[in-house]
Design a protein around this ligand. Structure first.
Ligand SMILES: Nc1ncnc2c1ncn2[C@@H]1O[C@H](COP(=O)(O)OP(=O)(O)OP(=O)(O)O)[C@@H](O)[C@H]1O
Length: 954
């Protein structure tokens, strides 16, 4: 057994238009007239074949594949596999994409090999060829049958027979009669292969695809080695389109694509390891890790096995792919060292028996597994049973096939025998010719008797004559089953699509509902904002009013005009005589109101006692006033919340405050009607009525939440005393609390608005994803549509052909009937053919009609999807607008929050200031008390004018 190395070809694809557009440079080129390639400046690699950017598909086929096809017909197993990074041209070279839509000169290896194979078959009349094809893919380490998608991935297994041939058990093998049949199977399988768009390739293969052509040849005994037996050869040609290696950073793959990338790369890594192990001469007997991945198990007999193998490494010329290209070249260069030991696969019967044994073994294993897990898998039993049934059916079909072959052989033998007998009677034959004829006749008779003994009794023979009918029925049944299955699949797809549509409609409903909710909350927020603004304006008006009234009041009650004017002229004191006069009268008035006047024998008109008593009364009245205000401050603030504020404002409107002084206390204050306080208040009013005549001032500081300080100066007998009542402090604190509460409410609203924004963003994202998904679905539907239309075209052509055949057959039949042929058997045969063709044409027309209906349905779905997508886009537009509004609101709320924070800070500052002032005032009061005590002490010793002078100074 000779060892031959794996042949390696390298194909450089031209720069793609997008690469040219981005000004990519070329980093690899073939060395002219050699089989070498230069990458970068000076790295040279030698291969068996090198194809530059201008090489054609035909060049590749003629150089690499044609010799393999010859080997296949000779009985060798052959493999061609395309290797390379994603988008480097593997599928293009292998030709497993959409074959029907590709121009003839662009067709890849598989279509060319098919054409040539059938051409060879048609030229070799003496060989009986049986051609079968299978098409599988390895997707995420699962084997999928691309010709029978319903086949469970668990039912497809990779096995190895005794000769080391890799056998894929459980995948459908379709027997084919011509190139067109193979092409339509290739097309159908490629259409369901896992592909998707990535950044690197618009139609990137996400799986390793293996298209296998198996041929069984029955050679003429005269040409075969063993002249006494029918020579049978079974050989296989694997066309392998590997998924492309890819760097996730470059492809930008995420989600499902990312998972696929990982699986693809790990499969290719395993392949690299196998190549390294096989190519390393130092590791001759080392373990080869074939079992690390499914693809390496499948390629086992092609790499280091008994097949003839060509590896085509596809590379991109772009400098941006330099690293990947260099890696591919290194790997493929190493693969050249792999040695295979090809053998011709005779005695396929034995191989078939091996295969059957393997199948039986697999069935036994499955049965054992089933038995062991019966308890837990009762629900699976029926499924397994149907699988078993499927297998039995497959075996039955194979049996029928064998029977057909047997029948053909018998038929041939009969005919040969007849012919030989006729030849024997031909006169003028030489002796050696006669001898040879004689031996042939003997051999044919022997063969016939063998076959007869094999098939048993005569009755069985009669039965077997009926086999072709039986087989035709079987085939028809099979076709019918296929059609039914296709119908069921389509119905399933439509049901799924309808469900999806329903889901999407529900989704839209819920989104519309949400939309309404958002609008409602927005309106609410708007209303609240308006309310707040109104309240603010109202407050401002009240404050202004208050200011005016206080000023008015002060003007009305000051004989010398407005207090503020007076302030500048006379800040601290009034002329003594006038002051005293006023003071005494005021004292008199007040004392007369508070208690019955005491009658003295000779009351001194300017007695110090009286003056001091007057001071006392006034101070008492002032204290009362302060107490009264304290009382007010103990009452509640009313604008803790917006609703309360509203209520309050209503109350205020209904019962406007009567006294301007009361109004001077912010509208946010409420005041109880305290009867005891009334008297004091009257007193205070009286006191104020005389302020213009009194020495000194008392300054009241009133506080307002928004306009912090109002200063009212009221003339008093005291020197300047800044007085901050506790009520004011408390009010400031209350106002601070209020602001903090408002701040919290604003923060809450802010959080709500943010949440809404987040939800809106998620919704928008979800809808966008939905649109993408829809676009994808409609793209897929379109591509399926395209395929269907192509199929319909094909079917129409076939139907035309069938009609033409029918017409031809009818014509022939007519002629036959007219001629009144002697040979009734031939006539009957022709009639049978005619009927068969009629049946076939009918089935084809039915299939065509069904496909047409499906296409129409699919077209409808894609139109619906488009409409739905446009609706969704509109929806997203609306949501974006909402989002913008919400963001605006968020900004406004943030501004309010900032303002409130500022107000709180100011409050705190003022509280501090007020506390400081309070302390100062208390200190001053203490001083005043001390001074009064000093005056009292001096009273007995000094004269009245002196005393008065002292008081006035005070
Ligand atoms: N020799 C070539 N001449 C012209 N165009 C080519 C050639 N090789 C590849 N292309 C183009 O390059 C693009 C990518 O090719 P292809 O899909 O065959 O890559 P791939 O290696 O199979 O990628 P993946 O591994 O992602 O499936 C296709 O548009 C194809 O038409």
């Amino acid at each position: 057994m000779d060892e031959i190395p794996v042949k390696v070809a390298v194909r450089i694809r031209p720069l793609l238009s997008k690469e040219i557009l981005h000004n990519h440079q070329v980093c690899v080129r073939p060395v002219p007239n050699t089989q070498q390639i230069i990458i970068g400046k000076d790295r040279v690699f030698t291969f068996d074949y090198v194809f530059g950017k201008s090489s054609t598909q035909d060049d590749v086929y003629i150089s690499c594949i044609k010799p393999l096809l010859v080997s296949l017909i000779e009985g060798y197993n052959a493999t061609v596999f395309a290797y390379g990074q994603t988008g480097s041209g593997k599928t293009y070279t292998i030709g497993g994409g959409h074959v029907a839509s590709v121009a003839d000169e662009e067709k890849g290896i598989i279509p060319r090999a098919i054409q040539e194979l059938f051409h060879t078959i048609s030229e070799n009349h003496n060989i009986d060829f049986t051609v079968k094809v299978s098409y599988i893919e390895v997707y995420k380490e699962d084997l999928r049958d691309l010709l029978e998608l319903e086949t469970n991935v668990k039912d497809i297994h990779i096995r190895e027979d005794e000769k080391g041939n890799t056998v894929i058990v459980g995948a459908k093998e379709c027997q084919v009669e011509n190139a067109d049949e193979v092409m339509s199977l290739l097309e159908a399988g490629s259409a369901v292969r896992h592909t998707s768009t990535t950044q690197m390739n618009e139609r990137s293969s996400r799986s390793h695809a293996i298209f296998t052509i198996s041929i069984c040849q029955q050679r003429d005994p005269a040409e075969s080695r063993d002249k006494n037996s029918v020579q049978m050869i079974l050989s296989k040609f694997h066309f392998v389109d590997l998924a492309g290696s890819e760097r996730v950073t470059k492809t930008g793959n995420t989600g499902e694509r990312f998972k696929e990338s990982i699986q693809i790369n790990s499969g290719l890594l395993a392949l690299g390891n196998v190549i390294s192990a096989l190519a390393d001469p130092k590791r001759k007997n080392a373990h080869v890790p074939y079992r690390d991945a499914k693809i390496t198990r499948i390629l086992k007999d092609s790499l280091g096995g008994n097949a003839k193998t060509v590896m085509i490494t596809c590379i991109s010329p772009s400098t941006s792919d330099f690293d990947e290209t260099l890696n591919s070249l290194k790997y493929s260069n190493r693969a050249r060292n792999i040695k295979n030991k090809p053998i011709v696969n005779y005695n396929p019967d034995w191989d078939r028996i091996d295969e059957m044994e393997l199948e039986i073994k697999a069935l036994r294993e499955a049965l054992q597994n089933q038995q062991s897990s019966r308890v837990s898998r009762t629900s699976q039993v029926s499924q397994d049973w149907s699988q078993e049934k499927n297998k039995i059916r497959t075996l039955e079909e194979q049996l029928a096939q064998f029977q057909l072959e047997c029948f053909n052989h018998r038929h041939c033998t009969e005919e040969a025998l007849e012919l030989l007998h006729e030849l024997k009677n031909i006169p003028g034959l030489t002796k050696p010719q006669k001898n040879r004829l004689h031996s042939w006749v003997a051999m044919a008779e022997e063969l016939r008797s063998d076959i007869t003994s094999m098939s048993g009794t005569e009755s069985a023979e009669t039965g077997s004559r009926e086999e072709p009918h039986h087989i035709t029925i079987l085939q028809l049944k099979r076709e019918l089953k296929k059609c039914q299955d296709a119908l069921a699949t389509d119905e399933e797809v439509f049901a799924r699509k309808e469900m999806e549509l329903k889901d999407l409609q529900e989704n839209i409903q819920s989104l519309l509902q949400e939309n309404q909710d958002y609008q409602k909350s927005l309106e609410e927020a708007e209303r609240t904002k308006n309310l707040q603004t109104e309240k603010l304006v109202e407050q401002q008006i009240l404050i202004d009013e208050l200011k005016n009234k206080v000023e008015e009041y002060l003007q009305n009650h000051s004989p010398q005009g407005p207090v503020r004017e007076q302030e500048s002229k006379r800040p601290h004191s009034v002329p003594l005589s006038h002051q005293l006069q006023m003071l005494t009268s005021s004292f008199r008035e007040s004392s007369s109101q508070s208690e019955p006047r005491k009658v003295r024998t000779s009351p001194p008109s300017y007695s110090l006692e009286r003056v001091v008593a007057g001071f006392r009364t006034r101070s008492q009245m002032l204290l009362d006033l302060i107490e009264e205000q304290d009382e007010v401050s103990h009452e509640k603030f009313s604008d803790h919340s917006d609703e309360e504020l509203e209520k309050e404002s209503k109350n205020k409107k209904n019962n406007p405050p009567k006294s301007p002084f009361r109004r001077s206390i912010n509208r946010t204050w409420t005041r109880r009607n305290v009867p005891e306080a009334k008297a004091v208040n009257n007193g205070t009013r009286q006191l104020f009525s005389n302020t213009g005549d009194m020495p000194g001032n008392i300054i009241f500081i009133l506080y307002h939440m928004n306009n912090p300080k109002y200063l009212y100066e009221i003339c008093t007998p005291w020197p300047v005393v800044s007085y901050v009542p506790e009520t004011v402090m408390e009010s400031v604190q209350e106002s601070q609390n209020l602001n903090i509460k408002k701040l919290k409410t604003t923060e809450l609203r802010l959080a709500e608005a943010r949440q809404k924004l987040r939800e809106l963003t998620i919704n928008i994202k979800m809808k966008e994803e939905l649109i993408n998904e829809l676009a994808k679905t409609s793209n897929e539907a379109q591509s399926v549509n395209k395929q269907y239309s192509m199929k319909i075209m094909q079917l129409e052509q076939e139907a035309d052909q069938a009609r033409a055949e029918l017409a031809e057959a009818q014509k022939q039949l007519q002629e036959l009937e007219n001629k009144e042929l002697r040979d009734q058997a031939q006539k009957a045969k022709l009639q049978k053919d005619f009927r068969k063709k009629m049946e076939a044409a009918k089935i084809k027309v039915q299939v065509l009609q069904k496909k047409q209906q499906d296409t129409k349905k699919l077209a409808n779905i894609s139109a619906q999807n488009e409409k739905y997508a446009s609706d969704l886009e509109l929806n997203i537009h609306n949501m974006r607008q909402q989002q913008a509004q919400l963001q605006k609101k968020l900004k406004e709320e943030s501004d309010i929050k900032k303002k409130l924070e500022l107000a709180v800070q100011k409050d705190q500052q003022q509280i501090k200031e007020l506390q400081l002032k309070n302390e100062q005032q208390q200190k001053m009061l203490r001083l005043k008390n001390e001074e009064i005590a000093a005056i009292r002490r001096r009273k007995s010793t000094s004269s009245i004018p002196d005393q008065l002078q002292q008081v006035s100074t005070l």
